[in-house]
Write a protein that binds this ligand. Sequence first.
Ligand code: SF4
Length: 413
Amino acid sequence: MTEDKMDKKRGIYIHMPFCVQKCNYCAFLSFRADGSPRKDYTDALEKEIRLRADLERQNGTDKDIDTVYIGGGTPSVMDISSMSEMMRAVRRSFDIKEDAEVTLEANPATLGIKDGVTLAKLQAYKFMGVNRLSMGVQSMDNDRLHYLGRIHTAENVARDMQLIRKKGFDNVNLDLIFSVPGESGENALSDLEKILELDPEHISCYSLQIEEGTPFGDMAEAGELTEVPDEEDRETYHRICHRLADAGYEHYEISNFAKKGYRSRHNSLYWNMDEYIGLGLGASGFINGVRYKNTSDLDEYLAAIEEGRLPVAEEHRNTAFDNISEAVFTGLRRREGISYEEAVRAYLGAEASEKKDLKTADDFCDFFWEVFADARDEAREYADRGLLLIDNEGLKLTEQGIDISNSIMSLFV
Ligand code: SF4
């Protein structure tokens, strides 16, 4: 196991649940901003930041923070003064490492129409310490963007990207959605070429999921929308993977590709079973072996903060089995897979692993398969079919195995 994985990290996720309008496929926790700056929300968030930091200090579990991720929703619709105040509260309340990765989701066409306004907004993000931007581009075809319900055009993306570079941001992620109904694999690949022309450091690619309760979900139910067949979706995915490999991007997680040195440090926390503090509406956290989730009800959230309480709606202390199961589930998302040692350490805790006198790869392998004795035969079958690689160090999905990753991962739940 690499030093990097032994050295556990900690991050902060902050949720901004407002968007200009709701996209047709969106099942995320977000609402129309209705033009209001939602100062009540950022004020409440600042209080939550202080409450959470106080709790960490009281529990003696406060640690330096490696990454901050401001996601949504669309954080870039929030007004700059509220966002700056909020980031000041974060820095006053937590020890953010000097070299921390600080990501902000900034959707195209929300950074301001005039170049001067956009540059000023980007400058303000720099002052706040933001050093990574993530843009929900999704497509570079204006008809498809319109169909998806996005508010931007391909021209907006190109222009925003130019200004982002002009301001000196050198770590940018662009998201791409493929398998949009009516879209061919060729269309998706053509989008990808246009995204590559923008030369981002990181690209995330997702196939469109039609979710219940969204306009697309309603259309599918009414028979007005035909989902792209699985086979076609998978073929497009593999074509994207190969094109990105040719373009020099490392495929490091099922949906994520990065130039060397530009993996998302924050998202890697999730896949490495590291700790993170979730702040804001509906945000989740994993601290000291406890998973928690804030309420998703905005009124309840504001009321809890008003009463001086953390807005936590659910809390669960992980069992040892939860820990190993989640470590395998999330670890298999990484292209390097999961080592038995990492998984067993998640189960026993680092110190207990030492006490158990587990030293060699074989010790960890034996222990791992004792815990997952019931899954062993099926795992071997997947391996025989070329979908899972099993060796004496650990397991990883093959590229074909990714296509049925959920079935394989569910063996370990
Ligand atoms: S911008 Fe993102 S969060 Fe907002 S509605 Fe669209 S998909 Fe949902």
